[in-house]
Design a protein around this ligand. Sequence first.
Ligand code: THU
Length: 136
Amino acid sequence: MTNTELVLKAIDAMKNSYSPYSNFKVGASLLTESGKVYTGCNIENVAFGPTVCAERVAFFKAISEGEKNFSKIAVVGGKDGVISSSTPPCGVCRQVMREFCNDNFEILIVRENANYDKVLLKDLLPHSFKPEILTK
Ligand code: THU
């Protein structure tokens, strides 16, 4: 699976976004170390609070299927599904990523024309509160 293939899967997942309140569609595609891909989209709610981001949908789908090891995720978003700038993961999603991934987990933040910036989780969430803190 190339990075570009993963990016295209995130763009495809964005089409299923349920976002009638923000009209901001987000898609994510999560690659496991064994090469499987789990996708997600944002799912909003009239009460706003229950809204779930695309990244967490992808992670929770994978975790609930027994996956434990992840190598990278691609994230894409845009108003009405038009990708006009990058959509970095929100703070809650960064914390969820740190639960299941190490500091070198790769995040592909998609821009226009399926271009992307590759960043590491440690750069998005420095000095993280991580599982190792409670287990050592
Ligand atoms: N959203 C995501 O799906 N992922 C992020 O990391 C940022 C925000 C969604 C939540 C909401 O449905 C919409 O984008 C606008 O905030």
